[in-house]
Design a protein around this ligand. Structure first.
Ligand code: 26M
Length: 824
C-alpha cells in the first residue's frame, strides 16, 4: 500500500473562478459580458485541463524514472463520451466548480451538457477500452492507450419518418482535451516493393523500398485516475501528407491540383471511424488505417525502449501490448519486421520477443465478424509484411506437422492462410500464433472459443494459453457520475466512498435492505431518474410517458443476434393482448414503457428494417386511445455514451436477450444492474455470471441454452419448422397492415418463417412472453422488487473494471501499479 494524496486542486471557489475568467478573457479572447454556456464550458474545461496536465507530466516522469514494465493497449476504438464531468469528479473538485460556476451565473449541468461526446467507437468493444483506461489510471498502472484520431466518430443518428438517417459527426471543432504533438511524428510507408541483398555475414536482408509515405502526428489525451494523481496518456494518431502542407515541387511545376489531392488522400486515412459492429467488410482503407496506426504506435514504443539501452531480449520485460480484437494484429508482423530487417536479429530470437510481448482479446464468435484480408491486397499495400506472414505460417505449420504427423486435415484448418480464391489471411489465427495469451471476455464465451472456433489451437498450444477475463465497467462513470444521488445514498450506508475504488464494498448495503428510510430514498431516486428520462423522451421523441409505469429498456447496437426483433414482436403481442381485453380487465394491467435505442450499421439493411418496425409500432400504439398509458413504445434517437448516462439509471428492467452463445459478454447488463435495475435475459455472455453473483431469484432468465442452439438450427433446416402460434398472430397482424407498409417488414417475418430462423426467435418466443408476464407480476409487488434491486446492487462488486484490469495485469501483462508517493 502507498499513500494517496490529494490531487493538486484549485485554491478555492474563487481561485477556480478567476482561472475561468482568465481563460474566457485570454485563451478564448472574449469578454465576460458575452460569455455564454459554450464559452463557460470551454473555459471551465481549460481550467481543469491545466490541473490535469501538471499531474500528467508528473505521472510520465514517475513512469520514466521507475523504468518498470508498461502496458500498451492497442484499440481502433475508444468510446470516451464526455470528459469534463469525469475530470471534475476524478480530480475531486466538482463541488468547487459547481459553486464557482453558480457565482458566474451558470448551472453546472448546463455547462457539462455543452460538451460533444468523443464517440470514437461503435459499441461494447470501444466502451470497454474507455473503461479500461479509467481503471488503469485509477489503479496507478503505467499504461498508455494507442488509437486513431478520427475526424468523424460514429455517425449521428436521426430518425426521419421512422427510418435511420446518418449524419456526419464532426466533433473536433473545439476540443480542449487533446494536445497536438507536432514534434512527435512518424513516417509511415505503404506500397512499394522488396529487394533482397546479402550482408557481409552471408545473411539475406530485406529492403522495403519505394511506395508512398504518409505522416502520423500524435495527439495526446490525458486520462485522469479517480482519487489519485496518476494521469495516463491516450495517444491518438492523425494522418497528414508527408510533405506537410502540400508538395511544393508539384506546386511549383504547376501541378497544384494533384499536390492538394495527395494531401487529401493522406488525410483520408484517419478521417472516419468504420461504423460496422461485428461485421467485417475487407475495405482497403480500413487496412490502411490498421497499418498506419499500428506502425506509428510500434515505432513510438520501440523508440521509448531503445532509449533505455537495454538488450533486445529484455523487450518483453519492459513492454506488454494488448490487441483489442484482431484489428491491430499487423503489430505482430510489424514488430517482427522491425527486429529482423531494421535491428538485424535472427528469426527465432525476434519471434521469441514478439510472442512474449503480445496478448490477444477475442470479442466475438460470429463468423461474419472474423477478420480476413485478401492476400493480393496485403501484397499490394504491404509487400514485406506478406512475406513475413508467409514465413510465420511456414514455421508454425512445420512445428504442427512435426508434432501431429498423422493429422493432415489439421494443417489446413489452423493455417494462417485460407486456401480460397483469392487466398485470405485469417487475422485471428495470426493473433493467436503471435501472442502468449488469448482471452475471451466472459466465462461462457471463453469456453466457447476453446471448444469451437479455436479448438485446434488448444490442441496445439495446450489449454494454458487460453484464458478468461470477464469484462467489467468503471463504477466512477457508471454509478458515481451517471447516478450521483444513488452513489451518495450508497456511500451513506457503506461507510463512505471506498466502494468507488473497491466495488466489493457494495455488499455492505445488503445489511440495510430492510431499512425503511433507505428503501424510501432508493425508490425516490429511481423515480427521479425516470422523471428525468421522461422529460428527455418528451423533448426528443415527442411522446408523453408516465414515470410511474414500468420502464423496459433495450439500448445497444441494432443487430439480428441481439434480437431487438424479438422484443418488438413481444411488444406487438402485448398490444394485441391489451386490445382484446375489456376496459375493466385492462385497468388491472401493469403499464409499461418500451424504450429502444441504438444505431444500425449504415449498410445493414435488416437492422434498419427493425428500427423502422419499432417506430411504426410506436406510432400506432402511442396514439391508440384504448391503450393510453398501458403501453408506450419509444425509439430514442442517437444513442451514445452521454445518453446512456441518462437512460441507464432510469431503467426498471433492461433486455439482454441475444440468442444463447452469440453475445460474447455484454457490458451494459452490468451497468443496468449497478444502477438498481433488473434484467430480463438469456443464458448468454456475462448474464450467466451476473446471475451467479446476484442470485437467480433476482434475474428473469428465459430461452434456449447455448448447447442446444446447433441442434435447433439443424432441425429448422432439415426438419419441419413450426412457428410459435402467438408469434404467428403477431406476423398476421403486421401482414394486415396494422403498422403500415407491409412489404418493408416482410423480410423480418420471412427470416423467421422461411429462412431457418437462424436466431431462434420463434423457439424462444413463448418463454420470452411468459417471462415478461412474470416481470409484470413481480413489479406489482414494489416492496419485493426494491428488495431485489438493492440485493442485486450489493452483489455487483465483481463487475468493476478494476477487478478485470487487475486480472489482466497479473495473468497476462505481468505489470504492477506504480507507487504514488505523497509529494509536497
Ligand atoms: C470490423 C471490421 C471493419 C469495421 C469494423 C469492425 C468491427 C468494429 C467493432 C468489428 C467489431 C467491433 O466491435 C465488436 C464488439 O463491440 N464486440 C463486443 O465487445 C464487447 C466487449 O468485450 C462485448 O461485451 C460484446 O458482447 C461484444 O459484442
Amino acid at each position: 500500500a502507498w499513500l494517496k494524496h490529494q490531487v493538486s486542486g484549485f485554491k478555492d471557489k474563487d481561485g477556480f473562478e478567476s482561472e475561468v475568467v482568465r481563460h474566457v478573457e485570454t485563451t478564448l479572447a472574449r469578454s465576460m459580458f458575452n460569455c455564454d454556456e459554450s464559452a463557460a464550458y470551454s473555459a471551465c474545461s481549460l481550467a481543469f485541463r491545466d490541473r490535469l496536465i501538471l499531474e500528467w507530466n508528473r505521472t510520465q516522469q514517475r513512469q520514466t524514472f521507475a523504468d518498470s514494465k508498461r502496458l500498451y493497449y492497442l484499440s481502433l476504438e475508444f468510446l470516451m463520451g464526455r470528459a469534463l464531468d469525469n475530470a471534475m469528479l476524478n480530480i475531486g473538485e466538482k463541488d468547487t466548480a459547481k459553486a464557482g460556476l453558480a457565482d458566474l451565473g451558470f448551472r453546472i449541468e448546463d455547462v457539462i451538457e455543452q460538451e460533444h461526446d468523443a464517440a470514437l467507437g461503435n459499441g461494447g468493444l470501444g466502451r470497454l477500452a474507455a473503461c479500461f483506461l479509467d481503471s488503469l489510471a485509477s489503479l496507478n498502472y503505467p499504461a498508455w492507450g494507442y488509437g486513431l484520431r478520427y475526424r468523424y466518430g460514429i455517425f449521428k443518428q436521426e430518425i426521419i419518418d421512422g427510418y435511420q438517417v446518418e449524419v456526419p459527426d464532426y466533433w473536433l471543432d473545439f476540443n480542449p482535451w487533446e494536445f497536438p504533438r507536432h514534434d512527435v511524428t512518424v513516417d509511415i510507408q505503404f506500397f512499394g516493393n522488396v529487394r533482397k541483398s546479402t550482408d557481409e555475414n552471408g545473411r539475406t536482408v530485406a529492403h522495403w523500398e519505394g511506395g508512398e509515405i504518409v505522416k502520423a502526428v500524435a495527439y495526446d489525451v490525458p486520462i485522469p485516475g479517480y482519487a489519485t494523481p496518476s494521469t495516463n496518456n491516450l495517444r491518438l494518431w492523425s494522418s497528414t501528407a508527408a510533405s506537410g502542407e502540400f508538395d511544393f515541387q508539384k506546386f511549383n511545376n504547376g501541378d497544384y491540383e494533384s499536390s492538394v489531392a495527395d494531401q487529401q488522400r493522406a488525410e483520408t486515412i484517419s478521417a472516419v471511424l468504420y461504423p460496422n459492429d461485428n461485421l467485417e467488410r475487407g475495405k482497403e482503407l480500413r487496412l490502411k488505417q490498421q497499418y498506419f496506426w499500428v506502425a506509428a504506435s510500434l515505432y513510438d514504443i520501440v523508440r521509448r525502449f531503445k532509449k533505455s539501452k537495454r538488450p533486445w531480449k529484455e523487450f518483453p520485460d519492459q513492454v506488454a501490448i494488448q490487441l483489442n480484437d484482431t484489428h491491430p494484429t499487423l503489430a505482430v508482423v510489424e514488430l517482427q519486421r522491425i527486429l529482423l530487417d531494421l535491428e538485424g536479429l535472427e528469426w527465432d530470437e525476434a519471434w521469441n520477443i514478439v510472442t512474449n510481448t503480445f496478448g490477444y482479446t477475442n470479442h466475438t464468435v460470429l463468423p461474419e465478424a472474423l477478420e480476413k484480408w485478401s492476400v493480393p491486397l496485403i501484397q499490394h499495400l504491404l509487400p514485406r509484411h506478406l512475406q513475413i506472414i508467409y514465413d510465420i505460417n511456414l514455421y508454425f505449420l512445420q512445428s504442427v506437422e512435426r508434432r501431429f504427423p498423422d493429422e493432415r486435415e489439421l494443417l489446413g484448418r489452423v493455417s494462417i492462410i485460407e486456401e480460397s480464391q483469392p487466398k485470405m489471411v485469417r487475422m485471428a489465427h495470426l493473433a493467436i500464433v503471435g501472442s502468449h495469451k488469448v482471452n475471451g471476455v466472459a466465462e461462457l464465451h471463453s469456453d466457447l472459443i476453446k471448444t469451437t472456433i479455436f479448438k485446434d489451437f488448444v490442441t496445439i498450444f495446450g489449454p494454458d494459453k487460453f484464458t478468461n477475463v470477464t469484462n467489467g465497467i468503471t463504477p466512477r462513470r457508471w454509478l458515481h457520475q451517471a447516478n450521483p444521488r444513488l452513489s451518495e445514498l450508497i456511500s451513506s450506508k457503506a461507510g463512505g466512498k471506498d466502494f468507488l475504488t473497491d466495488l466489493n464494498e457494495l455488499n455492505k448495503i445488503e445489511l440495510h435492505v430492510k431499512d425503511k428510510a433507505f428503501r424510501k430514498e432508493w425508490a425516490d431516486i429511481k423515480l427521479a431518474n425516470k422523471q428525468r428520462l421522461a422529460k428527455h423522451i418528451k423533448a426528443s421523441a415527442g411522446v408523453t410517458v408516465d414515470p410511474t409505469a414500468l420502464f423496459d429498456v433495450q439500448v445497444k447496437r441494432i443487430h439480428e443476434y441481439k434480437r431487438q426483433q424479438l422484443n418488438i414482436f413481444g411488444v406487438i403481442h402485448r398490444y394485441l393482448t391489451l386490445k382484446a381485453m375489456s376496459p375493466e380487465e385492462r385497468k388491472k394491467q401493469q403499464p409499461r414503457v418500451s424504450i429502444f435505442g441504438g444505431k444500425a450499421a449504415p449498410g445493414y439493411w435488416m437492422a434498419k428494417q427493425i428500427i423502422h418496425l419499432i417506430n411504426s409500432v410506436g406510432k400506432v400504439v402511442n396514439n391508440d386511445e384504448d391503450i393510453g398509458d398501458l403501453l408506450k413504445v419509444v425509439f430514442l434517437e442517437d444513442y451514445n455514451v452521454s445518453k446512456a448516462e441518462i437512460i441507464i439509471p432510469a431503467s426498471d428492467i433492461s433486455e439482454h436477450i441475444s440468442t444463447a452463445g452469440t453475445e460474447a459478454s455484454g457490458t451494459s447488463n452490468m451497468k443496468f444492474v449497478l444502477n438498481g435495475g433488473l434484467i430480463i435475459g438469456t443464458c448468454d455472455g456475462a448474464n450467466i455470471e451476473i446471475t451467479r453473483e446476484i442470485g437467480e431469484n433476482n434475474i428473469f432468465l428465459f430461452g434456449n441454452l447455448a448447447e442446444d442452439v446447433e441442434d435447433l438450427r439443424h432441425a429448422h433446416t432439415y426438419g419441419s419448422h413450426e412457428i410459435d402460434p402467438d408469434l404467428n398472430r403477431v406476423f398476421q397482424e403486421i401482414e394486415k397492415g396494422t403498422f403500415g407498409s407491409t412489404q418493408d417488414f416482410a423480410a423480418l417475418i420471412s427470416a423467421v418463417r422461411d429462412h431457418g430462423d437462424y436466431y431462434l426467435v420463434s423457439d424462444d418466443f413463448h418463454s420470452y412472453i411468459e417471462t415478461q408476464a412474470l416481470v409484470d407480476e413481480a413489479y406489482r409487488n414494489q416492496e419485493e422488487w426494491i428488495t431485489k434491486c438493492i440485493t442485486s446492487v450489493a452483489r455487483m462488486g465483481f463487475f468493476s473494471s478494476d477487478r478485470c484490469i487487475n486480472e489482466y495485469a497479473e495473468g497476462i501483462w505481468n505489470i504492477e501499479p506504480l507507487r504514488v508517493e505523497k509529494e509536497e
